[in-house]
Design a protein around this ligand. Sequence first.
Ligand code: MTE
Length: 315
Amino acid sequence: MKKYKNPKPERLTDESVFFARRRFVKSLGLGIAGSVGVVAAGRHWLKTPLNLRPKIKTFAESKVFANGGRRLTDQEDFLRFNNFYEFAQDKTSVIRKSKDFQIDPYSLVIDGLVDQPIKIDIEDIERKSLEERIYRFRCVETWAMTVPWIGVPLNELLKMVRIQPNARYVEMISFSDQTQAPRQGTSAYPWPYTEGLTIEEAMNPLSFVAIGAYGRYLHPQNGAPLRIVLPWKYGFKGPKSVVRITLTASRPRTFWNEIQPSEYGFFGNVDPDVPHPRWSQRNETLLGTWGKQQKTQKYNGYGEWVADLYYGTEV
Ligand code: MTE
């Protein structure tokens, strides 16, 4: 089994800061939530078996996104190093704590300001002909990876519902189930994990709905059975285990933005020139290459696809 060095990425927010701030805020009578942290890795994860999920039988390699421009991240790194706050605050115990997680029966609802709301399952998505896309991925904490996702463009699903003209945003909501994810019982976070996009961002050809990666169905720790992947944005903008997508007229509340608006903007576009208040965003470290850094690119290098979404906008 692969040996890991305990990685030292930046942290979303330290838990002690969060609780201190929460007490302070409470004393002011404001009651807003604060934040999180990475606890040192235990030893258990070394023993957690990978429990590989079945292979996806039919999918086509994308012609446009067949190459991430750098080496693929090892599948084992992808499976063992995760952010999934419903299960853990640290990265390396998510694989163990989420191993039995299952949304069963699973369906994805797309509703809100649409003429034809739908409820679909993974088989409905598979019937749409799956594509494998290799995307670069950049977490706001400065770690990065390169992943072969399998899925369909988000706009294919949105075209099914006939969006009404007054819809301006897409709200994406992760699962809610305290019996499987007891951390959702804490009021420290604004559960369920929710993210949002403008309609134009959601319809952009890069926005992707993944049901698999590395040729296999998604594993629980990576957001099974379905997650959103937005390669030009920081990873927190892509919710895992999504059960509902709602079209709205006003900007939806989003998880990290609600916790810490000064640190996590609504747009969350990758930008080396805009530092996080607690660290620089100029460089990043690819999973599996701890100690080495490389330069971060604006929009994670996907500017030709998305820059025109933001001309003249402060993001
Ligand atoms: N989605 C949910 N529901 N819960 C989460 O905690 N974390 C986000 C994103 N989606 C998160 C989530 C963050 S901060 C990152 S970097 C990525 O998932 C991590 O994805 P990975 O564990 O597959 O690398």
